[in-house]
Design a protein around this ligand. Structure first.
Ligand SMILES: [Zn+2]
Length: 121
């Protein structure tokens, strides 16, 4: 359980919010030109890093508006909250030690190109 600060309403309990997945996923400009594989990638594939991640959230039990959040998924530390359309602020976060054998935090899946928010590592 933690607190989230809605950019429109202020700080509220996490139970009022819903995670809506990865932020900054751009729709294809010409979807009719995409192959079936490219369309499937757009619809189904998302990054899922351990560490700094830009997420879209919605204040479902409040203003019902979407906003973006920079969160360290390894620690649940919320680093920034900003409105949709705004540029992600520069942030830094500690990377806790991982048990032996794990990939470095934030490395994600090597088979997927990883786009990091500005200032992300
Ligand atoms: Zn709100």
């Amino acid at each position: 359980m933690f607190l989230i600060t809605c950019p429109y309403c202020g700080t509220r309990d996490q139970s009022e919010f819903s995670n809506a997945g990865e932020a900054h996923v751009a729709r294809p400009e010409k979807p009719e030109d995409l192959s079936d594989e490219e369309w499937a990638d757009f619809v189904f594939l998302r990054n899922n890093p351990k560490g700094l991640f830009a997420e879209r959230w919605i204040h479902t039990a409040g203003c019902r508006r979407f906003f973006n959040m920079l969160r360290n998924t390894a620690t649940d530390e919320i680093l920034a909250v900003y409105k949709v359309g705004e540029t992600p602020p520069r942030v830094s976060t500690a990377e806790p030690a991982t048990p032996s054998g794990e990939a470095p935090i934030g490395s994600g899946n090597d088979a997927v190109k990883v786009e990091r928010p500005e200032g992300g590592e």
